[in-house]
Ligand binder design. Structure first.
Ligand SMILES: [Ca+2]
Ligand SMILES: [Ca+2]
Length: 197
């Protein structure tokens, strides 16, 4: 063999030796670290998913924070602290206490404010009565006048409690249902006695 051919064989030998040595090493590397690398990919994927979720949560927190700021800066819906008035609207008799109809009368805060004879299914308009000022609550009670008092005292038919919480809620109804009677009261709680219509 000439010198060139010898060198070629030598280079080929070195190459084959390197390849033969490298292949088992690579196989060993895959065996030892292949699955780990897969796990690392999976783990990396999970980390990315968690990062995405974190970003989502941060975005949600940010949106909520903005909404909270909006709500805090919104005008207060607290009820005004000034005086309020009770405006009686109507009284409907579904069932009177007396068989032939009642001599009905209303008391507001214990004071008699109205009276009228009422039969079954009759309705009385109370908007003509002046509005009555009160603080937090006041009671409206309905009675049937009987008599004479020493023989047959007036019959108490029930109480409707009116509260300033009902301010400007429009028409509110309450019932008087004691002693077999059934009446329905409609009223309004208003911030000015001139709001009647
Ligand atoms: Ca009676
Ligand atoms: Ca009566």
């Amino acid at each position: 063999m000439d010198k060139l051919t010898t060198e070629r064989w030598a280079i080929l030998g070195i190459f084959v030796t390197l390849v033969m040595g490298f292949v088992p090493l690579y196989i060993s590397y895959l065996r030892d670290f292949g699955p780990v690398r897969e796990d690392i990919f999976l783990l990396t994927g999970s980390v990315e998913a968690i990062q995405d979720q974190l970003q989502q949560v941060e975005a949600n927190v940010s949106a909520l924070s903005e909404r909270l700021t909006e709500l805090e800066s919104a005008p207060s819906t607290d009820l005004p602290s000034g005086p309020v008035w009770l405006q009686l609207v109507s009284l409907r008799c579904h069932e009177p206490e007396d068989a032939g109809g009642d001599e009905a009368f209303l008391r507001v805060g214990g004071r008699r404010v109205w009276s009228r004879s009422m039969d079954r299914e009759s309705v009385e308009n109370l908007l003509t009565l002046p509005a009555i000022q009160f603080a937090e609550t006041t009671n409206v009670s309905l009675w049937d006048e009987d008599g004479p008092q020493w023989l047959d005292s007036d019959d108490y038919l029930g109480t409707v409690q009116v509260s300033r919480d009902q301010l400007e809620q429009g028409d509110v109804t309450g019932s008087f249902t004691l002693d077999g009677a059934n009446y329905e009261l409609t009223y309004r709680v208003i911030s000015s006695p001139n709001n009647v219509s």
